[in-house]
Design a protein. Structure first.
Length: 492
């Protein structure tokens, strides 16, 4: 294992994310916040294959003095797809990836014990449930980081308790109209098809994660009180352990632009997608950004429906496609046909820069929480297309509660089903050209202003970070909000 020196500081926070960019980036932001405000020294834990990416991001975020601790997998124990989760294609294989990280536990515990000055706090990804046990064995307080929304956590807890649809055939035609209402929040009504339970591998992992979170000193969520205050308070009062909402972390520092798995893009080499956005802005042409996440696996048939939908909608668009290996996956000649109003990108795209660009007026998204929050922070309304996990809960929050999005629906009503090109075109046109879309854009700008206030000096999220560090200095005081820890039963 290798590390770099730790600057002298009263508090020393070790940060350990799951090795997936969507999990790593918010915690890199947190590291930059802690260093930028002088709140604590930071040691960032990762694996050798991710270390270059981490160092470049910390350097660009003004936290180049943070230590980076590299933990190598014992021989033969690394996840099947490599050290990063970006190649994972399904929920069950994602669970296998997360479970494989437990092979790092002996080396992590040894390294945590050897940190100097000693770690005063561990912030570990919820998927790394075993890291909290290591911290407890060493007497180091730990908090869990979960990259999902407060509303999704509250809904999942209610679902575990109430078991909506238990014994019912959610694949039947009635499934799309049979609803579950969250008793504590009657406005939250979901089709049972939006609440399909995860596969057995994920349920088993979820139980381990929930136990680790319940036993920890608290929970960090990348959100802010003005956005999800009622759900944060419900969690703190009725579930626990305590939540610290410290986001949007994407506003905490300037974004970074890693190339590939780690090398930093040169600032003087403008990416082709940024040049395209600049050209659109110069011509006064608004565009929609399209990205369905870094982990979702999109079928060939679905890619064709998206390409046809964007084509028929008549909008300008920047489309980040996950699959880089097949130039014809969108249909022969498609990219030539849309030249001048559409650009397809198969390289890594700095989504934060894209969403902040003045030419971007909408975002067709899978509604992963990072994407939702980055869109909220940029004041960009969404076309909500939930594909998996807790994304239907986020989509409902965006569409029905925040009223800054329009949802697309699959042809059979099931999450993960095929969305037809006509559905995509209708939703995109409504967002970009319709009166409802204009109202959504105005509301999105207002929420973005609240987000900026939350992370500004004296804002709610600023105060939460300071309070978290201050309170967790008191190692002998239980900070869980309940005498014997939290009662959460589900995290995924």
């Amino acid at each position: 294992m290798t590390t770099s020196p730790v600057p002298s500081q009263a508090d020393h926070v070790a940060i350990f994310p799951l090795m997936a960019k969507g999990h790593t980036m918010p915690l890199l932001d947190l590291a930059c916040v802690l260093r930028g405000r002088g709140l604590a020294a930071v040691t960032f834990v990762t694996t050798p294959g991710n270390a270059a990416f981490v160092r470049a991001a910390l350097r660009q975020g003004g936290a180049g003095d943070a230590a980076v601790l590299e933990l190598a997998y014992p021989a033969g124990s690394a996840p099947a797809g490599g050290e990063g989760a970006e190649g994972v294609a399904s929920a069950s294989s994602f669970a296998a990836f997360a479970e494989a990280t437990s092979a790092l536990r002996p080396r992590f515990q040894e390294a945590l014990a050897a940190l100097r000055p000693p770690a005063s706090l561990l912030v570990a990804d919820g998927f790394l449930y075993w890291a909290h046990a290591s911290a407890a064995a060493l007497g180091v307080p730990s908090v869990s980081f979960l990259g999902t929304s407060a509303v999704a956590h509250v809904v999942r807890e209610a679902c575990v308790r109430d078991r909506p649809g238990a014994g019912a055939d959610v694949g039947a035609s009635a499934g799309a109209t049979t609803c579950y209402t969250v008793p504590e929040f009657p406005h939250l009504q979901f089709s049972l098809r939006d609440l399909v339970p995860p596969p057995p591998q994920m349920i088993h992992l979820d139980a381990k994660m929930a136990a680790a979170v319940a036993a920890s000193r608290g929970l960090i969520i990348n959100t802010f009180r003005q956005l999800e205050g009622r759900y944060i308070e419900h969690w703190n009062q009725h579930i626990g352990p305590r939540v610290w909402p410290i986001g949007p972390l994407c506003l905490a520092r300037q974004s970074y632009s890693p190339g590939g798995t780690g090398s930093q893009q040169q600032h003087d080499a403008k990416p082709s997608w940024m040049q395209w956005l600049d050209d659109m802005a110069a011509a006064g042409k608004p565009a929609v950004y399209v990205s369905l996440g870094t982990l979702a696996s999109i079928s060939q048939a679905q890619l064709k429906e998206v390409s046809d939908g964007l084509d028929s909608a008549g909008v300008n668009f920047l489309w980040a496609v996950r699959r880089p290996d097949n130039a014809d996956d969108l249909g022969t000649g498609y990219e030539d046909r849309v030249v001048g109003r559409g650009k397809v990108v198969r390289e890594w795209v700095d989504q934060r820069r894209v969403l902040r660009h003045p030419s971007i007026r909408g975002f067709l998204s899978h509604c992963g929480w990072n994407s939702v929050l980055e869109s909220v922070a940029a004041g960009v309304p969404l076309v909500a297309w939930p594909c998996d996990f807790e994304q239907p809960m986020n989509a409902k929050f965006v569409v029905d509660e925040l009223r800054i999005g329009v949802r697309v629906h699959t042809s059979d009503g099931a999450v993960g089903g095929l969305v037809k090109s006509e559905e995509i075109a209708t939703a995109v046109k409504e967002l970009m050209f319709g009166e409802a879309g204009k109202a959504m854009a105005l509301r999105a700008k207002g929420i973005a202003a609240q987000a900026r206030l939350a992370v500004s000096d004296g804002g709610s999220s600023w105060k939460e970070v300071e309070e978290m560090i201050s309170e967790l200095r008191l190692r002998g005081v239980d900070m869980n909000g309940k005498a014997n820890g939290g009662t959460c039963a589900s995290i995924l």
